[in-house]
Ligand binder design. Structure first.
Ligand code: GLY
Length: 349
């Protein structure tokens, strides 16, 4: 709520939409109690917090992004400096951190006592290869050119050595929104079936101003316990965010892999250009994901997706909408005095 209120306030003072969004999400990046974004976010498999973020400016159609940046609290602000100071769009890893330091950002440990505790708990409960697919889930393409191997299925390098099935079943990550509470330290975060905090949690902010110029920003600590080096949708232009000054702006939270593989935010902006309302476009983008998800592991026995994505869209004239795959998504909207909370339309209860 505070993010959009600040962004709105700065817009009303004549701020550039992209910069207002970046300043708005900084509130959440700085918050040690938010375990899905910035400082105190949930770390990767090695216990290291790697952050992803991007921003995009409508009037210039220019973007800046950082992926897997470490030790810098405000990746969205670094992404804005990439946009402002370089001819590039994206910096990753050590290069991104070095760039941030050159731009005056402070290097610091982003783990908090709480995020470290969550990581230790996850390590104690799950095997170290948890983000690898289980043996029966590995994708083997047929290799008809191999002699004596009409059925394919050979070449599963390392199969059987990874992921021995200790991943929680029946777990449905819901974009970092609370849906389960243990009364432990982790009351405001989704928990898996072992009671471990787990999130794809992310913040996206889209804005349009009185001149109907648009801008947007997405920032995240990404999928918790991810493989080191994993980049989600948040810093990828067209996936976790996109804007077009002739149309509007869109962004995503939730399972980044699904958003990347459907270029969700780009598609929504194009769908709005074609005449869909923001809500229709967000819902249709959710349906595109489900229709293009073919692995049985992604669905439960009732064919309900085990994952969710929430999309947010703002048309340049101020119309807005949001939709999720699973019920439970929401957005904060500010069109004047104070922010209001809006429930996302959804495909599945
Ligand atoms: N949407 C955030 C992520 O998947 O990293």
């Amino acid at each position: 709520m505070k993010t959009v209120e600040l962004a709105f306030d700065l817009l009303a003072k004549g701020g550039r939409p992209v910069e207002c969004c970046v300043r708005g999400v900084k509130i959440v990046e700085d918050d040690p109690n938010d375990m899905s974004v910035g400082y105190g976010g949930l770390p990767n498999e090695d216990g290291v917090i790697q952050l992803d973020s991007a921003c995009m400016d409508g009037p210039l159609h220019r973007a800046g992004a950082v992926g897997c940046i470490e030790n810098i609290k405000n990746p969205a602000s670094v992404a804005l400096e990439v946009l402002r100071h370089t001819d590039h769009v994206m910096l990753v890893g050590e290069g991104a951190t070095r760039f941030a330091v050159r731009m005056g950002f402070k290097e610091e440990d982003l783990n908090t006592e709480k995020s470290r505790k969550a990581w230790k708990r996850w390590r104690a409960n799950l095997n170290p290869g948890d983000k690898w697919l289980d043996k029966d889930q590995i994708i083997n393409f047929p290799e008809p050119w191999r002699q004596g191997d009409a059925s394919g299925g050979a070449g599963t390098r390392g199969a059987g050595t990874r992921g021995t099935g200790t991943r929680g079943t029946g777990f449905q990550p819901v974009g970092g929104k609370p849906f389960h509470s243990t009364g432990d330290d982790f009351d405001h975060i989704a928990l898996d079936s072992f009671g471990n905090p787990h999130t794809y949690g992310t913040i996206h902010c889209s804005a349009t101003n009185a001149d109907q110029d648009v801008g947007c920003c997405t920032t995240t600590s990404g999928l918790s316990w991810k493989l080191p080096g994993r980049v989600g949708d948040s810093p990828l232009i067209g996936a976790g965010l996109y804007c077009d000054n002739a149309v509007g702006s869109a962004g995503a939270t939730g399972r980044g892999e699904s958003v990347i593989q459907t270029l969700g935010s780009f598609w929504i902006v194009e769908a709005m250009a074609g005449g869909m309302s923001p809500t229709e476009a967000c819902l249709a983008a959710c349906k595109r994901i489900v229709d293009r998800t073919h692995e049985p592991r992604m669905f439960d026995d009732n064919k309900r997706p085990r994952f969710s994505v929430t999309f947010y869209a703002v048309r340049k004239d101020g119309a807005y909408g949001t939709a999720s795959i699973l019920k439970g998504g929401h957005a904060a909207v500010c069109v004047g005095e104070g922010a209001t909370r809006v429930r996302s339309e959804f495909l599945y209860e």
